[in-house]
Design a protein around this ligand. Structure first.
Ligand code: DAH
Length: 318
């Protein structure tokens, strides 16, 4: 700073010298002028360097206690575009809220897990081809970005099993982001969302499960629905079902137009046993299904890829 001030003063004095040019004899004026110009160029160059050094030095240390009046000092242009919540997150909140109103607890899933939680704890036999059906990604260390929210079942059962001892039921939903090594197209994404449900009590039945699921879908689509099930296969449930709803007329469906919405079933005794719950004494059911598809039906979207596209025109419609 001081250096720059000194140079400015030098420059001022030098500029004053130019006035003397008139007094210099004509034959010496050229040389006199050239000398002044050279001196001036030198001062200007030193000023530039001093300014540069000052800019480098003037990066203020971070002080998070510094006073700040955000709304007064932020230029207008910075506050014009207020983002909005991603439609999938808005809908995921609605989904979770419906289950909460039915009395379910909510546990968030995770974005990196291991072979044990993703497969072993869910009764997938070692080397069983069903493991391949999940098209899992793996990190170099062998960890798995989970391909389904069922990866949380074992933790939920273990964490909540003391409720059973107190005579209460386990009722938990687990929303989460999941990943699969899929060929991406209008109905398949490598990254999508699921919501899992887990219920355990002394005397629950498949009928209770179907009642809960019907209630959920009717609340979500805000109308009465026809439902249907068909046999499915999951190593962690026995029996296993695929749960379908008839596509409502109001959403462009025709009679008999059934859509598969999720997988479900009675929790396999081995899964309960591995989590320290006695399958002779307790029974449970579980389900898991995609959020993206649920939302696509609600809004009449025909391409799942919009969700992860970051396309602002799409996002602004919500
Ligand atoms: N995790 C299964 C999937 O992603 C869906 C599923 C089926 C979840 C049955 C469950 C269940 O909890 O009981 O394909």
């Amino acid at each position: 700073m001081q250096e720059l001030e000194k140079l400015k003063l030098e420059l001022k004095k030098l500029n004053a010298e130019y006035a003397k040019i008139k007094e210099v004899p004509a034959e010496k004026r050229g040389e006199f002028g050239r000398e002044l110009n050279a001196k001036k160029a030198d001062i200007l160059e030193r000023m530039r360097l001093a300014e540069e050094a000052m800019m480098d030095a003037e990066v203020l240390p971070l002080d998070i206690t510094a006073p700040c009046a955000p709304n007064e000092s932020i230029p207008e242009t910075y506050s014009v575009f207020q983002g909005s919540k991603h439609p999938l997150m808005t809908e995921l909140d609605r989904v979770v809220k419906i289950y909460q109103l039915m009395g379910f607890d909510v546990v968030e899933s995770r974005q990196l897990d291991d072979e044990f939680h993703m497969f072993d704890s869910l009764n997938f036999a070692k080397e069983h081809p069903a493991r391949d059906g999940y098209d899992t990604f793996r990190t170099e260390e062998g960890l798995i970005p989970p391909a389904h929210t069922s990866t949380m079942q074992h933790r939920v059962l273990k964490t909540y099993r003391n409720k059973l001892e107190k005579g209460e039921d386990i009722a938990v939903v687990v929303p989460g982001r999941v990943y699969r090594n899929e060929d991406v197209n209008a109905t398949h994404e490598h990254t999508f969302y699921q919501c899992e449900g887990v219920y355990v009590s002394k005397a629950c039945t498949m009928g209770d499960m179907l009642g809960i699921l019907r209630e959920f879908f009717e609340k979500y689509y805000e109308q009465k629905l026809n439902i249907r099930t068909q046999p499915g296969y999951f190593p962690f449930t026995e029996p296993s079902l695929e749960f379908m709803i008839e596509k409502p007329k109001s959403l462009g469906g025709k009679k008999g137009d059934y859509l598969e919405m999720l997988g479900c079933g009675m929790i396999h005794p081995n899964v309960l046993k591995m989590a320290g719950i006695n399958p002779e004494e307790y029974h449970g059911f579980a389900w898991g299904g995609g959020i993206d598809r649920l939302v696509m039906l609600r809004y009449g979207l025909n391409d799942m890829r919009y969700f992860e596209s970051g396309n602002l025109n799409f996002l602004k419609e919500f």
